[in-house]
Design a protein. Structure first.
Length: 83
């Protein structure tokens, strides 16, 4: 599965809005759109660490690493063999 789609599927499964018509692009800020919250952020970190066998250090816990699908994918690729 493509990395962008894998991240999108996780986000869609964990939305805090209940709307089957939710749409967002890879560059859209999912936090600003109100689709996710701080609890989701922790789920996302846990998902990334588990799914991609990596550790996210406290100094990497910047919202800019996790606020768009593109940024999440870039972050994963910068830390792993998923380049």
């Amino acid at each position: 599965m493509q990395l962008h789609q894998q991240i999108r599927d996780f986000i869609l499964a964990n939305l805090v809005v209940f709307d089957d018509e939710v749409e967002f692009g890879n560059a859209d800020n999912i936090f600003e759109l109100g689709f996710v919250n701080s609890l989701f952020a922790m789920k996302l970190v846990t998902f990334i660490e588990s799914e991609f066998q990596m550790t996210i250090e406290s100094d990497e816990m910047e919202i800019s690493n996790f606020n768009t699908i593109d940024n999440i994918v870039n972050f994963i690729q910068s830390k792993s063999v998923y380049k």
